[in-house]
Design a protein around this ligand. Structure first.
Ligand SMILES: Nc1ncnc2c1ncn2[C@@H]1O[C@H](COP(=O)(O)OP(=O)(O)OP(=O)(O)O)[C@@H](O)[C@H]1O
Length: 251
């Protein structure tokens, strides 16, 4: 499998507090990688470094190496908007824009210069189909997206991320605000998306990591304790700390 993202000795500080300590990890193309670990261990921080969302936080300092497709993500010549177009993000709480379902999806492509109505129609349909929500919304595309259920809103947000044709999707606890049925739908969708995209997902739910991911990274106090195939990490972990965490002895 190809490495699409590679982190080497990545460190991150929020002012004087170090939140990531020498994290080295490969992210493989067309796979699902889950980040697990107790609250505050740095999962979200690391996820956000992958498309430079931490740039927006004052006082952040980053050292080490982070490469996407061989290029330095923090290189001086990187077009951050272009990077975020290729490495999209879905947040914990569904956050549709307060506008129609159609406009939510068309928003990104429009800002990237797509004007043709036929082209936008096509992108909207393709993205909603890709996020397994087309059948539920195709007759109400002009209705406000805020009228959808939480689970539908989250699939809409995934469709919105897909509309700009990303290569990687970062998901920060995408189901933690959802009921079990909606969670099941998002998990199923995530597994389908792996065929076309690379997915990196933060989850608090170890069962979810086992159900959906190919690789798992276990973080503790800002350090990457263990990375490996999900099945192996959960059945034969190499590190004692991993074993203690997955068997529920702390966290
Ligand atoms: N914007 C920020 N400014 C200062 N410190 C921060 C900021 N964001 C996170 N931190 C700190 O960095 C550490 C890692 O936080 P992070 O949110 O990455 O952990 P996490 O593993 O994702 O936690 P959770 O599972 O609770 O979301 C924590 O100690 C947190 O308090």
């Amino acid at each position: 499998m190809e490495e699409i993202i590679t982190a080497k000795d990545l460190c991150l500080w929020y002012s004087s507090t170090q939140a990531l300590k020498n994290v080295s990890i490969p992210i493989y193309e067309n796979s699902i990688t889950a980040f697990i670990g107790p609250s505050g261990c740095g999962k979200s921080t690391f996820l956000k470094t992958l498309n430079r969302m931490n740039d927006l936080v004052p006082g952040v300092k980053i050292t080490g190496e982070l490469r996407y497709g061989g290029k330095n993500i923090y290189g001086p010549d990187v077009d951050v908007n272009g990077l975020r177009r290729e490495i999209g993000m879905v947040f914990q709480k569904p956050n549709p824009f307060p506008m129609s379902i159609y406009d939510n999806i068309a928003y990104g492509p429009r800002t990237h210069g797509v004007k043709s109505r036929a082209k936008l129609d096509d992108i909207v349909e393709r993205s909603l189909r890709g996020a397994a929500i087309w059948d539920e919304v195709k007759d109400r595309l002009k209705k406000n997206a805020l009228g959808l259920s939480g689970g539908q809103q989250q699939r809409l947000c995934i469709a919105r991320a897909l509309a700009v044709e990303p290569k990687v999707l970062l998901m920060d606890e995408p189901t933690s605000a959802l009921d079990p049925i909606s969670t099941g739908k998002i998990e199923e969708l995530t597994m389908q998306l792996r065929e076309k995209y690379t997915i990196v997902m933060v989850t608090h739910n170890m069962q979810q990591a086992v159900r959906v991911s190919d690789y798992t990274a276990f973080f503790l106090l800002g350090e990457l304790v263990e990375f490996g195939g999900t099945e192996k990490l959960f059945s034969r972990p190499e590190q004692k700390k991993t074993e203690e965490y997955i068997t529920g002895r702390f966290g």
